[in-house]
Design a binder for this molecule. Structure first.
Ligand code: TRP
Length: 335
């Protein structure tokens, strides 16, 4: 069984939310179930430390939380290999070689990094580890020689950089790597419950995959709709209305949703009614996640064992790549 490999990952900095689900997790479950690929998913603990160097305890705690979310949505260690980045030290070694192939000017252009620097207030004092994390991410990826990298749009600059490194590496040292490609999932980004562009932990506008029914109740009831829709009889706007944005994504009774939109625009449909509907729709999605999470939460020790085993497998793959890399760099002293 020699299926093409795919690799992706997450920083363990918090529990995962619905934005992660529509942006990447649902796609990974699908890729897993298609059986077409040998899927690897990395818990990028070292990358998490590049912007949370002062909170290693937080990163550590979230390693298992993120894996619990994976298991909750149906990712399965029998079918997908989960591993911890720091347990594959070959990645760090490869990062060192790759750093020689990238200019600081090029790193300063990365749009995703620029946005993150602004958000984190790093403009004046950017840690070198943070500025260079895309190089480390290129190593995450290329150590596995994947046919594809399932990611959201914000990660496209990382894949682009990885491919530039492939070209430069091969030109200087010989053909070791092949270019890879992003496997961008169809779903666009999910707005936060406050109507902001993006659902995110730091914006406090997220619905978590581990939220209780009461959490969902409360959050949906507080959702941003149309501030001008004051009385039930008032005509309401669909554009920018988070409840309808979510119904479009999560409610597959499309005809009914289209009818509700018409009613809402004409006037005569209240926010409470559409919110109640959304609560039910989200709970149908999340209830099985909650149950699976609860079953696994009882056995965190087994989860760590599974991660250690996955990391052993991942390390086997990366070691082979690094042997080739060292040979092409003429530093294979023990070979
Ligand atoms: N940078 C990615 C994110 O913030 C996480 C990540 C780390 C990753 N290493 C990766 C994604 C390798 C894909 C491949 O979501």
């Amino acid at each position: 069984m020699n299926r093409p490999r795919i690799l992706t990952g997450d920083r363990p900095t918090g529990k995962l939310h619905l934005g992660h689900y529509v942006g990447s997790l649902a796609n990974r479950v699908q890729l897993q179930e298609s059986g077409q690929y040998d899927q690897f998913i990395m818990i990028a603990d070292m990358q998490a430390l590049t912007d949370h160097a002062d909170h290693p305890d937080m990163v550590r705690a979230n390693v298992v939380e993120v894996v619990l979310d994976y298991l909750a949505v149906g990712l399965d260690p029998q079918k997908t290999t989960f591993f911890i980045q720091s347990l594959v030290p070959e990645i760090a070694e490869l990062t060192m070689y790759f750093l020689n192939l990238v200019t600081v000017a090029r790193l300063n252009q990365n749009p995703t990094v620029k946005t993150e620097m602004r958000q984190k207030g790093f403009e004046q004092q950017v840690p070198a580890g943070f500025l260079t994390y895309p190089v480390s991410q290129a190593a995450d990826i290329l150590a596995f020689k994947p046919a594809g990298v399932p990611v959201g749009e914000d990660q496209l600059p990382m894949i682009e950089l990885a491919n530039e490194i492939v070209e430069k590496f091969n030109r200087l040292y010989g053909p070791v790597f092949e270019k890879t490609k992003a496997l961008v999932s169809g779903q666009s980004r999910l707005p936060g419950i406050d109507g902001k562009q993006k659902m995110s932990k730091s914006l406090h506008n997220a619905i978590y995959l581990s939220d209780s029914r009461q959490d969902i109740d409360q959050k949906v009831m507080s959702m941003y709709t149309d501030p001008h829709h004051v009385h039930v009889s008032d005509p309401g706007a669909i554009e920018g209305n988070v409840v309808f944005a979510y119904l479009d994504i999560f409610d597959n009774r499309y005809d009914e949703v289209a009818d509700l939109k018409r009613q809402y625009q004409q006037g005569g449909l209240g926010d409470i009614a559409i919110k109640k509907r959304l609560i039910d729709v989200l709970d149908v999605l999340i209830a099985p996640f909650r149950e699976r999470r609860a079953a696994h939460e009882k056995n965190r020790k087994r989860i760590m064992e599974m991660l250690l085993e996955g990391s052993r497998v991942a390390r086997g793959v990366a070691s082979e790549t690094l042997q080739e890399v060292r040979a092409s760099l003429h530093i294979d002293y023990t070979a």
